[in-house]
Design a protein around this ligand. Structure first.
Ligand code: MRU
Length: 350
């Protein structure tokens, strides 16, 4: 398995994050012990990608309550836990892993009736570690299932970054690429640059290059030509939230890629750990789509690239309707339409 950089780690009592806003020019790790810094890191995309956001938030919640005195009493501890949960939940709205991870820790605390404050703090840290370890295993399992779809596939197109830097393992969409490499097989990746924040150009290409894996960078507008010229046999992307009907939210531009794949008869796969599947959200219209700072569109690399006060529409994600999704690859297996029934069957077991 090629080497990989850890996007999220916990060392010496601190949350260690690779600052992804500085890639590819700087490889800088942040060592955080203040929950406000964790909130800021999520908001500003220093840590990004749905599973990595969830992992960072879980550690952030622990850090936010670690300072509560052991003799504060359980009601005061639980009140602080819920306050910090809500605070971290306000950092970004779309990736469901954020809420999933925070609520998982709160659930552990609510169930731990016999614990005192000190024991509960230790239990919350253990739960954050468990989320990280499970994510690593989920990534691998997704990669194994995805590879079963990749017979005869020697090149794929991806959008944004759903690789190791978006997760706590080998990624979701890029997991089959890493596993193929482990087996001595090469799957070439065409990476959309992913405007406006360039996760594809800055992060996907950097990550694959660091791992010694072949990658070709294209601008978003080149995807149609790459498909038309037969350079890829599949598209695989990650997701921030899968609704119960199989609609998929992912980085802005994904919807267009799905339509292009459909037009060219190329399968469009979505890699999704079960932590990203939200049965409480009925369909894509119910997913809150984050809108970000207009300057992300008006400026590039610190330079003004549009008039400073020009109107901007800057949704960070879009929703691909389930009908364009050939399969959703989870750690529990490959799910195909009809998604409302089959997602439940595969992911919930019934
Ligand atoms: O805004 P970002 O960089 O957090 O967006 C990330 C994506 O859209 C990823 O594709 C998604 O979170 C899946 S990561 C396995």
């Amino acid at each position: 398995m090629p080497d990989r950089v850890q996007a999220v780690d916990f060392q010496a009592g601190k949350l260690v994050l690779l600052d992804q806003t500085l890639l590819p020019s700087e490889k800088t790790f942040l060592h955080l012990d203040d929950v406000a810094d964790v909130w800021e890191a999520i908001k500003l995309l220093r840590v990004r990608g749905a599973p990595a956001i969830g992992g960072a938030a879980a550690y952030g919640l622990y850090l936010g309550v670690r300072g509560v005195p052991d003799d504060a009493g359980m009601p005061a501890f639980m009140a602080k836990l819920r306050e910090v949960r809500d605070y971290l939940a306000s950092s970004r709205p779309t990736a469901v892993n954020l809420f999933w991870a925070l609520d998982r820790l709160v659930g552990v605390a609510e169930a731990a009736t016999g614990d005192d404050v000190a024991a509960l703090k230790a239990r919350l840290l253990d739960e954050a570690h468990a989320i990280k370890a499970e994510d690593e295993a989920m990534c691998r399992a997704i990669g194994e299932h995805a590879l079963t779809l990749f017979d005869g596939v020697d090149a794929v197109l991806t959008h944004c970054n759903a690789g190791s830097l978006a997760t706590m393992g080998i990624g979701t969409a890029l997991a089959p690429v890493y596993l193929a490499a482990e087996q001595g097989r090469t799957i070439h990746v065409f990476s959309d640059e992913t405007r406006p924040l360039l996760q594809g150009a800055r992060i996907t290409t950097w990550e694959l290059d660091q791992a010694g894996l072949p990658v070709t960078l294209i601008t978003d507008g080149m995807a149609a030509t790459v498909m038309r010229r037969g350079k890829v046999q599949a598209v695989i992307v990650g997701t921030d939230r899968v609704a119960a009907n199989g609609d998929v939210a992912n980085k802005i531009g994904t919807y267009g890629v799905a339509i292009l794949a459909h037009e060219h008869g190329i399968p469009f796969y979505v890699a999704a750990p079960s932590s990203t599947i939200d049965f409480a959200t009925p369909d894509g219209d119910a997913i809150e789509i984050e809108e970000r700072d207009p300057d992300e569109v008006r400026r590039l690399g610190g330079r003004q690239t549009a008039p400073a006060d020009i109107g901007v529409f800057n949704p960070a994600f879009d929703v691909t309707p389930a009908r364009y999704v050939t399969a959703i690859v989870t750690e529990k297996g490959v799910v195909t339409a009809p998604y409302p029934e089959n997602l439940r069957k595969v992911v919930l077991g019934g």
